[in-house]
Design a binder for this molecule. Structure first.
Ligand code: ATP
Ligand code: MG
Length: 128
C-alpha cells in the first residue's frame, strides 16, 4: 500500500517528465484517514494524473488537499482541453474504476468542467 505523500513524489516525477507544471496546495500528510482509504486516494490521484498526461494537453496540474471536520477533499485540476462529454465513462476504465474503488470506502467523485478538468474526490474521515 502507498500513502498519498509517497504517491505525490511519483506524480511530481511523472508530470516533470511530461513537461507539465505541478502545484500542490495543502498538507499531504494525512492524519484522519484510514490506510485503506489512503490507498484508494493514491490510486485515484495516480489515474487522474495519468489522464492529465495522456489526454488533456495541459500545461499545469494543480492538486489541492482540503481536510474538513467530517471529510477530506482532494482536487486534481488541469488547464487542458477538458473531457469530451461522450468519452466520460465510455472510452476507458480509469474513471469508472476510480468511482468503484471510492464507493468501497464510502467516498465519491465528481467531474467538473471548468477551464480544463477538475476531479473532485471526497472521502470520509475516520474518528480521531
Ligand atoms: P484507461 O484509463 O482505461 O487506460 P482512458 O484513460 O481512455 O483509459 P478513462 O480514464 O476512463 O479512460 O478516461 C475516459 C476518457 O475521458 C479518456 O479517453 C479521455 O478522452 C477523457 N479524459 C479523461 N481525463 C481527461 C483529462 N484530464 N483531460 C481531457 N480528457 C480526459
Ligand atoms: Mg485513464
Amino acid at each position: 500500500g502507498i500513502r498519498v505523500e509517497d504517491e505525490l513524489v511519483r506524480i511530481r516525477q511523472l508530470l516533470q517528465a511530461a513537461e507539465i507544471g505541478y502545484m500542490l496546495e495543502g498538507d499531504p500528510v494525512l492524519t484522519n484517514t484510514s490506510l485503506i482509504t489512503e490507498n484508494v486516494l493514491s490510486m485515484c490521484m495516480k489515474e487522474a494524473v495519468n489522464n492529465v498526461v495522456k489526454h488533456s494537453g495541459a500545461s499545469l496540474c494543480l492538486i489541492q488537499i482540503e481536510p474538513s471536520r467530517t471529510d477530506l477533499v482532494i482536487k486534481v485540476k488541469d488547464n487542458g482541453t477538458g473531457i469530451e462529454g461522450s468519452h466520460l465513462y465510455t472510452k476507458g476504465h480509469g474513471l469508472q474504476g476510480m468511482r468503484e474503488r471510492l464507493e468501497f470506502v464510502n467516498g465519491s467523485m465528481e467531474v467538473v468542467h471548468d477551464e480544463g478538468t477538475t476531479l473532485v474526490i471526497k472521502v470520509p474521515n475516520v474518528a480521531p
